[in-house]
Design a protein around this ligand. Sequence first.
Ligand SMILES: Cc1ncc(COP(=O)(O)O)c(C=O)c1O
Length: 371
Amino acid sequence: MTDTPEEPLLLTPGPITTSRSTKEKMLRDWGSRDRDFIALTQRVRDRLLQLACGEVGHVCVPVQGSGTFGIEAMLGTLVPREGKVLVLVNGAYGARMAEIVARMGRNHLVVSHEENRPLDPQALEEALVGDPVITHVAAVHCETGSGLLNPIEEIAAVAARQGRRLLLDAISTFGALPLDVAALPCDAAVGSANKCLEGVPGVAFVILRKDSLAASQGNASSLSLDLFEQWQALEKTGQWRFTPPTQVVAALGQALEEHAAEGAVRGRGDRYRANCRTLVEGMRELGFQTFLPDALQAPIIVAFHSPRDKNFVFSAFYDFLRDKGYVIYPGKVTTADTFRIGCIGKVYEEDVLSVLAAVREAMAAFSFKPA
Ligand SMILES: Cc1ncc(COP(=O)(O)O)c(C=O)c1O
């Protein structure tokens, strides 16, 4: 059970429900240039790097802001101004990367797939063979809009075979699904504090190949989202370039300890898989249908088809569950009417069972049929 039952339980893609001990770590003020905060920053960076299996030849650079800030920093820093990015899109977050590179004015090509289809390694291979100017491939690990898990190992293998560099949005999977940046291989992967690591929002981080980062000086056209400069400052002084989100980093330090105590990526992933299984089975028993087949479903968040029954109104359903203490999420796919229920955060199987009971009550209260 959550240890903050007085708060609504967040069944969302983030921010998510965190532990009381993680929240309590924010009760201290930290001098951003003080040795305690410098040591904390180093500890957090080292642990994040370890989790990505990137200790040799890789580095972790934190970025103030939400996950999108990390993505924008990764793309802007690593893609040279004369580079070209192939962006793989099968949902909202791939589309967001395409928008970012377009706004940066970087040359790019978008390869799109249906929202209920995984990224296609063969389509990638053909596109890369057909366009030797492409320097980088950008892809999303779990498309959180639909909950789809992309075949990132196969995508990485194609990019490597074709001699192009992979940039990965691992925001919704980092900490719960295995990621080995060296084995993949990928040049950079972005994560965020407030997803599977169960920290609070306000900091993203990028795991990068050191040689790629070292070669990126001058690429970024943004001052604040320049990972090369941020890295240089951290290496030289241990300090962030601009005001760091000190309490957020302290909370992340605590969240990482709790993540380790739970069995790190394996343990966290097991709990989320159990949550996801219980959720999907329970919702199907009630008559709801998932947007994705099980083979494509990541244990992060599940999209369900909204009932077609005229008695189903999402906002009323949402408010009903909210009054019972559960916050769910609207849908994000563009081709179907869906809503989403998350499996991540400090949420356990017994919480999922309570949510299912509340959904059953909502069905009776509004008398709608799920299918
Ligand atoms: C896969 C993925 N990429 C990017 C983002 C954007 O993160 P943020 O909303 O923290 O900027 C999210 C957020 O849910 C995500 O799931």
